[in-house]
Every structure is written in C-alpha cells, then in structure tokens.
Write a protein that binds this ligand. Structure first.
Ligand SMILES: *[C@@H]1O[C@H](CO)[C@@H](O)[C@H](O)[C@H]1NC(C)=O
Ligand SMILES: *[C@@H]1O[C@H](CO)[C@@H](O)[C@H](O)[C@H]1NC(C)=O
Ligand SMILES: *[C@@H]1O[C@H](CO)[C@@H](O)[C@H](O)[C@H]1NC(C)=O
Ligand SMILES: *[C@@H]1O[C@H](CO)[C@@H](O)[C@H](O)[C@H]1NC(C)=O
Length: 375
C-alpha cells in the first residue's frame, strides 16, 4: 500500500514530460492531425468526442461530465502534500484521464487574480491566467474535447477582470456563448461545439455578466447544485441547495426550467471545531462506482438520476483518480469502452487505501511527505 503510494508519487514526477509532449492518444478509428506549432488542428471523421464516438451526437446537457473539485489545489509535492489539497493530480493530467469539468476558487491577490484555497496564505496555486493557459494548451492539443470550467468568484470580482485573464491566456477563443441569457431547453451536441470550436463552457459562481465577455456565464442562471458541505458519507443527497432562491421550489422545478443539475460528491473530515480537510481516508468508498455502498459515488449518481428523471450533468469529486470517478460518468453515459484516456497512476491502484481510517490516511500522507523529501 505504502509502496504503491510512493510509486504514484514517483510516477507523477516522472510523468511530467510525457504528459505534455504527446497529444491525447487516439482511438483506432480516429484520424486527428498532429498539432502544429500554432496550435491549429484538424479533426476528421470517426472521431471520439470526450473519449467516446457515442458522445459526439449527444447534447451537452445529456452527458454526465465528471469534474475535479478544487482542481488547482493539489496534495502533492508542489504543495508539500498540503492537507488543504483536494486532488493528487493537476487539472491537465485530470483532463487526460477523462475529467471534463474543472472547478476552482479565485481570489484577488497581489494586484491580480489567483487560484487560492479559502485564502491565499493557506494555499496559493498561482495566477488564474497562467492556469488557464495550461488548460488552453491542452485544448489546442485535443481538438475533439469539450471542457467545462466552473470558478468560484470569492471576492466578487467583476466578470470583466476574469475576462481579461481569459483573454491573456488565449483560452477565450474557445468560449461558448449560449443563444439566450436564459437556460436553453437543449444545448448543442458535442459535435456542434467541436465543429464551431466553441469547446469551453465557463461558469462563474457569482457576478453580473459582462457584455464584452459573453462566454462567462453566471452559474446559477444555468446550473443548480446539491449541498457542498458534507461531513459524513451518510450526508450526500439530491436536494437543491443553491441557488438558494430555488430551495423552496426544489430540484424538480429547476429541471423543468432547464437548469442543469450538479452533484457535489466530496466529503470533509472535521479536524477540530470548524476546521475541516478533504476526507481522504474514505476516498475509495466515496469515489467508488458501486451502487450498493453508503456514500459511494455510483449510488449517489443513480439516486439523483432516479429522483430527477435526468442524469446528473455535472459531478464534482475530490481525488478524482480514486474510484476511479470516471467509471461512474461512463455508467451514466452508457459508455462501455472509453478511448483516448491516459490515466493518472492512481487509477491502476484502485484498491489502495481501501478501509483506511482517516487517522491512518493522514499518517500515510505524512509518510509520503517524508518520502518526497527523501526522493
Ligand atoms: C500539470 O503538470 C504537468 C507536468 O508537470 C504540466 O506540464 C502541466 O502544465 C500542469 N498543468 C496544470 C494545469 O498545472
Ligand atoms: C439522451 O441520450 C440517450 C442516449 O443516446 C438517448 O436515448 C436519449 O433520448 C437522450 N435524451 C434526450 C432528452 O435527448
Ligand atoms: C506579485 O506580483 C509581482 C509582479 O506583478 C511578482 O513579481 C511577484 O512574484 C508576485 N508575488 C506573488 C506572491 O505572487
Ligand atoms: C440534504 O442535505 C442537506 C444538507 O445536509 C440537508 O439540509 C437536507 O435536509 C437534506 N435533504 C434531505 C431530503 O434529507
């Protein structure tokens, strides 16, 4: 167990050049021209869209997009294995492994926008525009993939400031703007988004839309979500929590109005009082595709689908590589054999950590910190 964790850390360090130099592996029937120096690519017939040919003709809102919660906040060597970290692997490694929704928090810091976890003194993952440009590079190299970004606007910064970061990073060229400012009854198919090369759907959790940056969408105009502060595996449910204005009418009526459902499926462990950290000790259960175990992702997704009559469109998890979480999205999407994924090391060690109590989980993290120092 310890050796496989060590292996995962070692492999991640070794993976770096590999991840960036090779475009996403294509399916046998796929013909994708290599990315040119300018990032211009051409896709031709029989392509997989978001890891499956079956998804090309599917509407964006008829797909479960598996998401990495706090995708920029890492529990890895770069943060000294910070206990505040929610993911073992970064956002572009996550995209290569099949994650298609990246969530993060944005704060004003040092005169610009930074990705910070709760506060920039706790965990500062750097400038927003730098992070967006790494995602843009990934999208340049993967022209048949539709990516969704969901950002918490922690300091209520005007959307135009976000727009400046989207433009500086070059990712704004992929921004999708819906035809109306109200939730559409149906969304384009993945193929339509790919053909138009408007492959980036962006939601900000708060803010007034900026006419100059119409691709920055207010999350709660289009999306509702389940509770996000869950502290026990028994606490997951399918109740509409936000937008709070829709709590009295609830999920069924939000779906009727065309809002897309987002399932928050991550748990915190209380350290003391109100201090909580992402629960890694139970992560194999939390992210499991099983539909029988209490707290399992598979069960939560299935339960919400049954209650709502539609599948969850977005799901957010911590430590996405465990489970692995994409197995649940594949089940929701009816995908038997996804193509073109390059898994993070953790996906091959899915039994790791199973049955660990939180105390031992934290102890193991401590061990990995020590191991990384020795490497
Ligand atoms: C993730 O890590 C790889 C390898 O170090 C790097 O090339 C890539 O830019 C990183 N992506 C993000 C979003 O930080
Ligand atoms: C969603 O996709 C499934 C699988 O292709 C299809 O059977 C179903 O009719 C679609 N639902 C809608 C509302 O388009
Ligand atoms: C703050 O910004 C300046 C330049 O804009 C940069 O040199 C410095 O490294 C930044 N500090 C932090 C903590 O990001
Ligand atoms: C769902 O969880 C929230 C937060 O814990 C709670 O307030 C709500 O009552 C729960 N819903 C149901 C139907 O139990």
């Amino acid at each position: 167990m310890v050796s496989s964790l060590l292996w995962a850390v070692t492999a991640l360090l070794g993976l770096a050049p590999f991840v960036h130099s090779i475009p996403q592996a294509a399916s046998p029937t796929t013909v994708v021209s290599p990315a040119s120096g300018t990032g211009t690519t051409t896709a031709t017939a029989s392509i997989a869209c978001n890891n499956s040919p079956d998804l090309c003709s599917r509407a964006y809102n008829n797909i479960t997009h598996m998401g990495a919660h706090d995708s920029s906040f890492l529990r890895d060597a770069s943060t000294g294995n910070s206990l505040a970290g929610n993911q073992f692997f970064n956002a572009t490694v996550a995209l290569s492994a099949g994650i298609r929704l990246l969530q993060a928090q944005v704060h004003e810091y040092n005169g610009t926008l930074h990705l910070c976890h709760s506060s920039c003194t706790l965990l500062d993952a750097g400038r927003l525009d730098a992070w967006l440009s790494r995602i843009r590079f990934w999208m340049d190299a993967n022209p048949n993939d539709v990516v969704t970004v969901l950002l918490v606007n922690a300091d209520n910064t005007p959307m135009s400031t976000f727009g400046a970061h989207f433009e500086a990073s070059g990712i704004s060229k992929y921004g999708y703007t819906p035809l109306s400012a109200a939730p559409p009854p149906t969304w384009p198919t993945l193929q339509q988004l790919i053909t138009a090369n408007t492959r980036l759907i962006t939601f900000l959790a708060s803010g007034t839309p900026s006419p100059a940056h119409p691709y920055l969408l207010n999350q709660f105009t289009y999306v509702f979500e389940t509770p996000f502060d869950v502290r026990s595996l028994a606490g997951f449910n399918c109740t509409l929590d936000r937008p709070s204005s829709l709590r009295t009418t609830g999920a069924a009526s939000a779906i009727q109005a065309g809002l897309l459902p987002l399932v928050n499926h991550f748990a915190y462990t209380v350290i003391t009082g109100d201090i909580t950290v992402p629960n890694v000790g139970d992560i194999e259960t939390t992210n499991s595709p099983a539909t029988s175990a209490q707290g399992a992702l598979g069960l939560h997704a299935q339960t919400c689908q049954a209650q709502w009559g539609v599948k969850p469109v977005f799901v957010l998890v911590d430590f996405y590589d465990r489970g692995p979480s994409v197995a649940t999205a594949d089940r929701m999407n009816g995908i038997v054999q996804a193509v073109g994924r390059r898994g993070a090391p953790g996906t091959t060690t899915s039994s790791e950590g199973r049955g660990l109590g939180e105390g031992r989980g934290l102890a193991l993290v401590g061990f990995v910190v020590a191991a990384v120092v020795l490497l």
